[in-house]
Write a protein that binds this ligand. Structure first.
Ligand code: HPA
Length: 274
């Protein structure tokens, strides 16, 4: 376990060698949502492949870079893209970048993703503020010997997503008149999209959106005591809710379409917190 701490510290040291900014707000940008990083007055752009112990992402729409810089006077650390469990990485590899940000001082992690809508009232382009998640990945990044230096053996998960931040986001989206809701994100392993029967199951257990990311990062972030904020961009209706077939290309096209709204929400949110 010392190995993980050593690896984290090596990654932190490497990032320190590129920038002296130590942001308290971190953002993970999901499929098709990467352009938010263009607003940042950049101090350092570091490809994942260069950071010690980071596993490079190979998914189209996920460039895989850490951008550190300023937005409206606030330092930010932005992951443009992420790595996914379905790519074959271990859960520990998937959450490594989140852990590195925490070790460098990030206190609030904003996690975004593209997701399928399970609630039939949603339309592609809808934004869902995540209020809770259901871990259906069949794994957990905290499995194995606990690293006490990072957090407790049995972390409480009463408020995986910070209630005050949910209210702030809701108010911002109301004011901007952006179609949105507050709901539960079901995190699955993928890479197959769900069958219609699986989606009926997800409806039964109380999900409003489904996707292949986010849950591992939220678990690792809460373990380390970070405040977490989650936003899903509903890029499609889940299988069986609509008769349209789902393609990754359509997912990224819809995410791109709502990117402007999304960027506005994020910018206002960041201005309001911390
Ligand atoms: N299911 C799972 N993951 C997704 C979907 C979906 O329908 N859309 C975007 N990511």
């Amino acid at each position: 376990m010392r190995d993980i701490i050593k690896s984290l510290d090596e990654a932190v040291k490497f990032i320190d060698s590129k920038t002296s900014l130590r942001p308290e707000i971190g953002i993970t940008l999901g499929s098709g949502l990467a352009s938010f990083a263009d607003l940042v007055d950049v101090d350092a752009v570091i490809p994942f492949a260069e950071i010690p112990h980071f596993s490079p992402s190979k998914v189209q729409g996920h460039p895989g870079k850490l951008v550190i810089g300023m937005l409206n006077g606030k330092p930010l650390a932005v992951f443009q893209g992420r790595i996914h469990y379905y790519e074959g990485h271990s859960m520990q590899q998937v959450v490594f970048p989140t852990r590195v940000l925490r070790r460098r001082g990030v206190k609030t992690q904003i996690i975004t993703n593209a997701a399928g809508g399970i609630d039939p009232n949603m339309n592609p382009g809808h934004l869902m503020i995540i209020k809770d998640h259901i871990n259906l990945t069949g794994d957990n990044p905290l499995r194995g010997i606990n690293i006490d230096e990072l957090g407790p053996r049995f972390p409480d998960m009463t408020d995986p997503f910070m209630p005050a931040h949910i209210e702030t986001l809701d108010a911002i989206m109301n004011e901007l008149k952006i179609a949105h809701s507050i709901g539960v994100y079901c995190g699955v392993q993928g890479p197959t999209y769900e069958t219609a029967a699986e989606v009926r199951y997800l409806q039964t257990i109380g999900g409003q959106a489904v996707g292949m990311s986010t849950v591992p990062e939220v678990i690792a972030a809460r373990h380390m005591g970070m405040d977490v904020v989650g936003i899903s961009c509903i890029t499609n209706l889940a299988t069986g809710i609509s008769n349209e077939k789902i393609s990754h290309n359509d997912v990224t096209v819809v995410a791109k379409r709502v990117e402007k709204d999304f960027v506005q929400v994020l910018t206002q949110f960041i201005a309001k917190i911390g």
